[in-house]
Design a protein around this ligand. Structure first.
Ligand code: WT7
Length: 655
């Protein structure tokens, strides 16, 4: 692992704001009294015997066969609940469909045009079982991977749970990713089955998803089965022998399907995420530990009660949606809300109208969304009765104290605890977070590790840094929902996460500080990964997309600060001979990135340049480009082969 500079500050939260941040918020006594956990002793208890701590949560789930050992830890390989057998769908659905929850809403879904579907636990049981039978009838067997390329419609969680039921790992690809990105992920996972839809609604328009899926499938030789959900009713091409309608298959499928007995360590799903190279990583999550981790954190962090209506605003195409729309809430028997569309459709109060309509109690979103709400203004939430809300959460990037305070005032009406939850695709579950009935919060800090989690801030040599100093976030012991490997790339798993210090300390790739009270303040990524509106993108992926364009000779991409999105890609581009800078070319490059990765990755700024700052060995000094886009003074340029270019670029960028 190369030495990397720890950022002194994140763009979204200047260090002086962080230092000035002295406000604290204690849990209200009424909240504390009703909280699922309110005794601070849980931290010590868990630290003394983490295995028993996690086993306590695991015992609240339903096992076909109990485990023999809680943890087998051969760093960096962990096995949790060794020998245990269970089924995730049975835990998330069947278990509740047999109790007083049978007619409780498991899922409340609202489409962008305003159509609503509510599925009770019994409904969900039948739909999941039916679709599990459909998959089996199409030849999907235990261990086969199934890809979903779907928007936020109920068929997505149904399909995921159906896969879990028959032991077929799913790979959900964010519906906004490009066909090329989908194809890359399907090929890597060697998937023959894709589940997609005709189209979906976005800001009043139909996005034709099936066309995009078809584009992708032309690049996936192994795909032979496509299941198409009818969402918008638009005519779409169906390829005979390959494409089938969801509703036709479901009409014939029986609604009983015995769940497969899965080993605790069998793969539940994989989720592709961006790393420091051009190739996305298939993060592998398994069954028993993952479910235990998301079950426990949902219960304690979101303080979920049987009577709660819970809404996580994320897209299920990201890990947040997997863990905290689908598996965590359903394992808890909760009512979880799903929304298909855009938050500003038909107006900027859509989310608040929905909070009031469904009486949402717990609401979880991202700082980028909160900054967007701030910009729209408090009059939109003020139009609605938000008094049902009792707890708020954020995730995805460091939250600037201003956004935290705005959320607290205008959404929480100063009466809701806010849980700022730090975690990653790889961690599977929340690792650093307040417990709302225990923790005194500070705006901008994710506070402390969840009980049973051991985190620290280390320097390059692996020594803990003193309070107030910057370092790297490290997780020092295994946790149940941790990733187990990278799909078909065990070496990269070791190198990426377990190679910076010793083999038993997890390197998260985030900069962090701790304050005098031991609170963690996350400082953003320290590697070539950026976080655009809560979406993780890799510098290398963007650069390789750009150089695919015929006009581009070389490209360097860095994350530039952005008021709402947190970060946005800024590209510095050297053109091939014979091409000159123009608005059209700029647009052409953006289109290229959109084609290869997706809309979310479009560079905000493109700067054409004859040269890039390079070391004598020819390596691009992205650090200097970061100084430029962050408006900082230029760092050391003496090792550059072409020192003058950095200053020229700075002037051109800010002109
Ligand atoms: C990266 C992981 C986990 C769900 C969403 C993103 C950043 C996440 C926080 C937070 C500061 C945060 C980190 C992390 N991040 N939550 N509360 N405070 N930073 O998942 O795409 O895997 O990205 O998001 O930089 O490494 P992801």
């Amino acid at each position: 692992m190369p030495r990397m500079a720890i950022p002194e500050r994140t763009p979204a939260r200047p260090i002086d704001a962080l230092l000035r941040e002295s406000r604290t918020f204690e849990p209200a006594p009424e909240f504390r009294r009703q909280a699922n956990v309110s005794d601070p002793a849980v931290y010590e208890l868990a630290a003394r015997d983490p295995e028993q701590f996690w086993a306590g949560f695991a015992r609240e789930l339903e096992w076909v066969r109990p485990w023999d050992r809680v943890l087998e830890w051969n760093p960096p390989r962990a096995e949790w609940f060794v020998g245990g057998k269970l089924n995730v769908a049975a835990n998330c659905v069947d278990r509740h469909a047999r109790t007083h929850r049978k007619n409780k809403a498991a899922l409340i879904w609202e489409g962008e045009p305003g159509d609503v579907r509510t599925l009770t636990y019994q409904d969900l049981y039948r739909e999941v079982s039916r679709f599990a039978n459909v998959l089996r009838s199409l030849g999907v067997r235990r261990g086969d991977r199934v890809t979903m390329y779907l928007p936020m419609i109920p068929e997505l969680p149904i399909a995921m749970l159906a896969c879990a039921r028959i032991g077929a790992p799913h790979s959900v690809v964010f519906g906004g990713f490009s066909p090329t990105a989908l194809a890359q992920r399907m090929n890597d996972a060697e998937c023959r089955v894709l589940i997609t839809c005709d189209g979906y609604w976005r800001r009043g328009e139909v996005v034709f998803q099936k066309h995009r899926a078809d584009d992708a499938l032309r690049q996936v030789p192994g795909a032979d089965t496509v299941i198409v959900v009818r969402r918008t009713g638009d005519r779409v091409p169906m390829q005979a022998g390959r494409d089938r309608w969801w509703h036709e298959l479901m009409a014939e499928a029986p609604s009983e399907c015995p769940p497969e007995e899965m080993d605790a360590e069998d793969v539940l799903f994989m989720m592709y995420t961006s790393g420091t190279t051009g190739k996305p990583k298939g993060i592998v999550h398994t069954t028993g530990g993952y479910l235990t981790g998301v079950y426990a954190t949902t219960k304690w962090v979101f303080d979920l009660k049987d009577s709660d209506t819970y809404w996580c605003m994320a897209d299920i195409g990201w890990i947040t949606g997997h863990s905290y729309i689908v598996y965590g809430p359903l394992a808890n028997g909760a009512t979880t809300v799903m929304y298909e569309g855009s938050p500003d459709w038909p107006d900027r109060d859509r989310l608040w109208a929905m909070v009031a309509k469904y009486g949402v109690n717990v609401f979880y979103t991202a700082p980028t969304a909160i900054r967007q709400f701030m910009q729209w203004g408090p009059e939109y939430p003020a139009r609605h009765d938000l008094s049902s809300l009792r707890l708020l959460g954020t995730v995805g990037e460091p939250i600037n104290p201003e956004a935290w305070m705005w959320y607290h005032r205008h959404i929480g009406r100063e009466g809701c605890p806010i849980v700022d939850t730090w975690w990653q695709t790889e961690t599977g579950m929340i690792l650093i977070t307040p417990l709302p009935g225990i923790t005194t919060t500070k705006p901008g800090s994710a506070t402390r590790p969840f009980p049973g989690i051991e985190a620290d801030v280390l320097d390059d040599q692996g020594r803990p840094v003193p309070p107030g100093a910057g370092g790297y976030l490290a997780i020092k012991s295994p946790w149940p929902a941790m990733l187990r490997t990278i799909w078909r790339d065990p070496e990269r798993y070791v190198n990426q996460y377990w190679n910076k210090w010793d083999r038993s300390t997890y390197y998260a790739g985030d900069g962090a500080k701790r304050d005098e009270d031991g609170y963690f303040w996350l400082l953003g990524r320290v590697d070539d990964v950026m976080n655009v509106a809560g979406h993780r993108l890799s510098t290398m992926e963007l650069e390789s997309a750009l150089v695919e364009h015929e006009a581009v000779a070389e490209a360097a991409v860095v994350a530039a600060p952005h008021e709402i999105k947190g970060q946005v890609p800024a590209a510095f581009v050297i053109l091939q001979n014979g091409f000159g800078p123009s608005r059209e070319l700029e647009e052409g490059l953006r289109k290229k990135v959109e084609e290869v990765i997706g809309k979310i990755a479009r560079p905000e700024r493109i700067l054409f340049t004859p040269d890039l700052p390079k070391t004598r060995s020819g390596k691009i000094m992205r650090r200097l480009l970061k100084d430029i886009v962050e408006g900082r003074e230029l760092g050391d340029t003496t090792t550059l082969r072409n020192p003058e270019i950095a200053e020229e670029l700075r002037q051109a960028y800010w002109r």
